[in-house]
Design a protein around this ligand. Structure first.
Ligand code: IMP
Ligand code: MG
Length: 183
């Protein structure tokens, strides 16, 4: 799906497909250098991280393993509570593994804060984070993100895996959703 075709639903395209591609290539070169000679396990957080995972993994030259978790925040509402429930756990044993969590976006940071703690308790050798997007003005907890794509304004965005009510995930770019769509 192209931004042009759903122009009326979007306020502004923030990051284009090409900018994402270029950034992931840049991050992949850093990751390759940092993990040289080690076996990397990429852990994607469903469903938002599917596109980042697919493109980052293919950009990486060495072998990598990929695994997935699905989590959800307890409680209703659109704001993250920080209390997280595992809907689908990893298939892999993490003991001694070098883990790179792959995420779409860091908003409050509460999900990733919980997730890194949870994975750390499983005996991984190392845990780092790669996130395509971050909203610095929305942070409730500090997240140490080693590989970051773009800082964006504190607005609701869709595309490249990010949804509103399960739509727009297949939009190629990342764009601000027009308020009339959700209000
Ligand atoms: P956090 O726990 O507040 O950092 O939020 C984590 C999750 O909320 C992300 O992984 C996304 O799935 C979702 N999320 C946060 N901001 C947005 C947004 O602007 N658009 C779509 N989903 C979002
Ligand atoms: Mg997510």
């Amino acid at each position: 799906m192209d931004s042009r075709e759903i122009e009326a639903d979007l306020t502004e395209v923030l990051v284009t497909e090409q900018q994402i591609r270029d950034k992931l290539a840049e991050l992949a070169r850093r990751i390759e250098a940092d993990y040289e000679g080690r076996d990397l396990l990429l852990v994607g957080v469903l469903k938002g991280a599917v596109m980042v995972m697919a493109d980052l993994a293919r950009e990486l030259k060495p072998h990598v393993n990929m695994d997935w978790m699905a989590v959800s925040s307890y409680g209703a509402g659109t704001t993250s509570s920080g209390v997280v429930k595992i809907l689908k756990d990893l298939d892999s044993d993490l003991s001694g593994r070098d883990v790179l969590i792959v995420e779409d976006i860091i908003d409050s940071g509460l999900t990733l804060s919980w997730l890194t703690g949870n994975l750390a308790s499983r005996g991984a050798a190392s845990i780092e984070i790669c996130a395509l997007l971050r909203k610095p003005d929305a942070a409730k907890v500090e997240i140490d993100v080693k590989y970051l794509g773009f800082d964006i304004p504190n607005q609701f965005v869709v595309g490249y895996g990010l949804d509103f009510a399960e739509r727009y995930r297949n939009l190629r770019d990342v764009a601000i959703l027009a308020p009339h769509v959700y209000s």
